[in-house]
Ligand binder design. Structure first.
Ligand code: ZN
Length: 249
């Protein structure tokens, strides 16, 4: 038995035990963190929509002011043309003024049509804005409640979590960079996130595939770190293992 290897094997088992506890704590939070995130995103989107609607309303109000101005000045033009029409010297002048008059009247009609459409649109957008505002208030109060719930849960597990992270850091340092990186890589690649498994009844308890007797012997001798040829997990002798079999899913 290589003493250093034996210690590292125990540390591997330790870090996995810490990670299992941490993931249990995270599971207890259930979907709350995701719900809080989703609410925050919904609120952001609603705020954007609200601002867009307010901008649109401001543009419409601006357009209404300029169209009203246009109507006023065009009405003055119409009056002027009507007066001029009385004093024409010939048919050509009369026709020219009549044409200008018609065009100006058409401009007024178009501007009035624009105003009617704009007022309709403003009414609809204001209703929409009120809806968004109501929706936003509901989401905001939901968020306050969910955040409170989440904070209560986080607060309850904080001490335990802090202790686990502290222990994890110690074990990580004891493992050394290379072994820790290997542990993390395997953990993220296997379905149950267990990177360290024991040999039970001659099989890897991660994938249940029987391992060659020679390899089983090496695992028991603790002279080197052995990886399961099938699933790639690190293999330890049962006596080194914190029983993680209950976590196998
Ligand atoms: Zn395996």
């Amino acid at each position: 038995m290589d003493k250093d290897i034996a210690i590292k094997l125990t540390k591997l088992s330790d870090i996995q035990e810490v990670d299992i506890h941490l993931s249990d704590i995270i599971k207890l939070r259930g979907t709350l963190p995701d719900e809080v995130d989703a609410l925050q995103q919904d609120i952001e989107k609603l705020c954007v929509k609200m601002q867009e609607t307010k901008d649109l309303l401001a543009t419409l109000q601006g357009d209404i002011i300029s169209k009203k101005e246009l109507i006023k000045t065009t009405e003055k033009k119409v009056q002027r043309y009507e007066t001029q029409q009385m004093d024409v010297r010939n048919n050509r002048e009369y026709d020219a003024i009549t044409k200008e008059l018609e065009l100006s009247k058409l401009d007024i009609q178009l501007a009035e049509k624009f105003l009617r459409t704009a007022y309709d649109k403003i009414e609809k957008e204001q209703i929409y804005l009120e809806e968004i505002s109501r929706f936003l208030k509901t989401k905001e109060s939901d968020l306050v409640l969910k955040k409170q719930d989440l904070e209560t849960i986080l607060e309850a597990s904080k001490a335990e979590e802090d202790a686990l992270y502290k222990k994890r850091e110690e074990v990580k340092n004891a493992l050394g960079e290379a072994l820790y990186v290997a542990y993390e890589r395997i953990r993220s690649n296997v379905p149950n996130n267990l990177a360290v498994v024991s040999v039970k009844k001659g099989a890897c308890s991660g994938c249940c595939i029987v391992i060659p007797p020679q390899q089983k012997l090496v695992v028991h001798e603790r002279n080197k770190i052995v990886f399961c040829e099938h699933c790639g997990r690190m293999l330890i002798a049962p006596e080194d293992a914190v029983d993680a079999s209950s976590y196998l899913r």
